[in-house]
Design a protein around this ligand. Sequence first.
Ligand code: PGA
Length: 256
Amino acid sequence: MWCFNMRKKLLLGNWKMNKLASEAKEFAIASSPLVNKALKNNIDLGVAPTYLSLAQVKQHAHPNMIVAAQNVHFQTSGAFTGEISIPMLKEFAITWALVGHSERRTYDNETNEKCNAKVKALLAEKMVPVYCVGETLAEFEAGQTKVIVGTQVRDGLKDLTAEQVKELVVAYEPVWSIGTGKNASTEIAEDVCKFIRDVLKDMFGPIAEEIRILYGGSVKPENIKAYLSCPNVDGALVGGASLKIDSYEALLNNII
Ligand code: PGA
């Protein structure tokens, strides 16, 4: 009989536009014992460095460290100045990518349709998308959270099959809590993550029970345990608190 705690926990650091490649390499080397510790405790550990640091981190980190790109283009090549394709990531053995982070939705016009093209392209190449969703402060205050998040999930994951979405990860990050120190309560996190799972069930059936849903937004060593104790929160996507190795280690220690 299947139960929710069979989903493996995932701690994923999102470094955003931080760290020189030399600093990323230093972190990668220092993180090796942490990956061993995580493995022993059945936890997946990962980071999403900038494009320019991906190869360094992949080369110097523990082989089980998940190394994710922060973005990817849906076309394999062509006239798309400034973009990076899936084959380019695969050449460096990068098999994970964030899609639709709210900063990209806000500053780079990342629409649900564009996210859908990216998710489809990644899954077609057996890569793992971490599809990010979340409402703005105005939407939250207007009581629109589930309308917005529901649309993001339905449109961003449109035309996929149950078989395809098995490896997918979804991250719920209320925009108003990202980098602001304003935490969503654990009740909100659980309520929205459960809602996301219900939408996934409606779209894809029972496989939704296997899809990992992360919470993100001002997650810190002090509050990570409370979030991960929620039945439908399977891990955390962490920005600021994932940058320093000590803090990253504390995040891990507090969910063991
Ligand atoms: P934060 O960022 O932990 O610094 O709030 C989270 C994210 O944007 O993924």
